[in-house]
Ligand binder design. Structure first.
Ligand code: SF4
Length: 445
């Protein structure tokens, strides 16, 4: 049996100087890098690159910034400088010609691009929350918003708790502050990510935090989702486990606070396999709940991923999964063949499934879900939908975007003709004219 060894994630050291605003910038940059799989390094020596977020407010602050850059150059050598003092790039370069890149304050994309260049991200399907394409180029009009780190569960195929530890939630007021800034900078869609979004705030005992506008927000998924929804951008929830309180998010969809979209990584349907996988929220009544969600929000799109060929998965377990998928008629389905990963308990389990059987099962799930997706998309022909534009093609006059049912990179697209005058980030109404297995085709109107 081949066991996959994970590549080591690149490590970033951070020195954050100056005022609280600078600290928020540092927090935002690190949140983005963590979401992309980077690790933090507590010291210069262990870092692949050091980020110095400087202050340039007073001469003494500039001197302190230069000292910090000098120290990082001496101890590590690979240094990216950002922050207010970045405006005076010449002064920095004169003293430290070896600095890799210098950007000004709030230039998040440039800082992240400089870190990518200095220590390229190492995509890994076993640990990443952000799709690989999203790592390279997240356009300004959508942003990933990471709300917690780590996980309290111990799924048998997963090494996240081992790598990242137990769940640590960010404060909801800090998340909202970051989201506000993203929206002010042009984000039209917030993609909420974490290992287990529905467990958000458990470690903070769901306590309330004051909001700057008055009132308070509890560290709880529903409260956070409602507050994010008030910012006016699309809010898309990823990695939600079907705990009972997820039912409370459904009304937020009818009220327009969050998109009618749930990304629930079911991973399997057979109760035996789920038990051996040690999956959380393994609820036998989940199909009933999916039905009830659809009654409340008829256009809800449910996306999920499934693992086939988990150790001990019998032909009966697999037939159960296919029948379940047929009944659940999920909108989007991704499938993976079980892959033993170094350090995951399932790797040493008995009854590993043969590769050709895994492949067969994988193809069967993909074929079934493609058929269901094709039928569901065909039913949308003739309807009007909102589309967020991701790219425009000046030559053909067309544009590519996504409906509320499509997350970037992982779901389908909407291809629009006669879309002149649109720009990425625009949200337009469109009439659906055609469909295929994964995508829709239409025209703005
Ligand atoms: S819920 Fe399971 S699969 Fe997801 S991060 Fe936690 S342990 Fe891993």
């Amino acid at each position: 049996m081949n066991v996959t060894t994970l590549p080591k994630p690149p490590r970033v050291g951070l020195v954050s100087l100056g005022c609280p605003k600078n600290l928020v910038d540092s927090e935002r940059i690190m949140t983005k890098l963590r979401a992309e799989g980077y690790d933090m390094s507590a010291d210069y020596a262990g870092a692949d690159v050091v980020l110095v977020n400087t202050c340039g407010f007073l001469d003494s602050a500039k001197e302190e910034s230069l000292e910090a850059i000098g120290e990082a150059i001496a101890d590590n050598g690979r240094v990216v400088v950002t922050g207010c003092f970045g405006k005076e790039a010449d002064v920095i370069r004169q003293r430290f010609p070896d600095v890799l890149a210098i950007t000004g304050a709030h230039e998040y994309e440039q800082v992240v691009a400089a870190v990518h260049e200095a220590a390229p991200p190492v995509p890994s399907p076993f640990v990443d929350l952000v799709p690989e394409a999203g790592l390279k180029l997240t356009p300004r009009h959508y942003s990933y918003l990471k709300i917690s780190e780590g996980c309290n569960h111990r799924c048998a195929f997963c090494i996240i708790p081992h790598l990242r530890g137990d769940l640590v939630s960010r404060r909801p007021d800090a998340i909202l502050r970051e989201a506000e800034k993203l929206v002010a900078a042009g984000t039209r869609e917030l993609l909420v990510i974490s290992q287990d979004t529905s467990a958000y705030g458990v470690d903070l005992r769901h306590k309330g935090f004051p909001l700057k506008s008055g009132g308070e927000v509890r560290a709880h998924m529903t409260d956070l989702a409602r507050e994010l929804g008030r910012l006016g951008a699309w809010v898309r929830l990823h990695y939600v486990y079907p705990y009972p309180h997820v039912d409370n998010v459904i009304p937020l969809m009818s009220e327009g606070f969050v998109l009618p979209y749930l990304d629930i990584p079911f991973q399997h349907a057979s109760p035996d396999v789920l038990r051996r996988m040690r999956r959380p929220a393994n609820d036998a009544k989940v199909l009933q709940r999916v039905r009830s969600w659809r009654e409340q929000v008829p256009d809800i799109a449910i996306r999920s991923t499934f693992v086939v060929g988990f150790p001990g998965e019998t032909q009966e377990d697999f037939a159960y999964l296919l029948a379940w998928l047929e009944e659940a008629r999920l909108d989007r389905v991704g499938a993976f063949k079980f892959e033993p990963v170094e350090g995951a308990p399932a790797t040493s389990m008995d009854q590993q499934v043969a590769e050709d059987v895994k492949q067969e099962r994988y193809e069967a799930v993909m074929a079934l879900s493609a058929r269901i997706s094709e039928e569901k998309l065909a039913a949308k022909v003739g309807s009007r939908i909102d589309v967020i534009i991701d790219a425009v093609d000046a030559e053909s006059g067309g544009a590519t975007g996504r409906s509320k049912a499509d997350a970037p990179e992982i779901d389908g697209e909407v291809h629009l003709r006669d879309a002149g005058g649109l720009a990425p980030g625009d949200i337009v109404s469109a009439r659906v004219e055609d469909s295929d297995e994964h995508d829709l085709y239409g025209v703005p109107n």
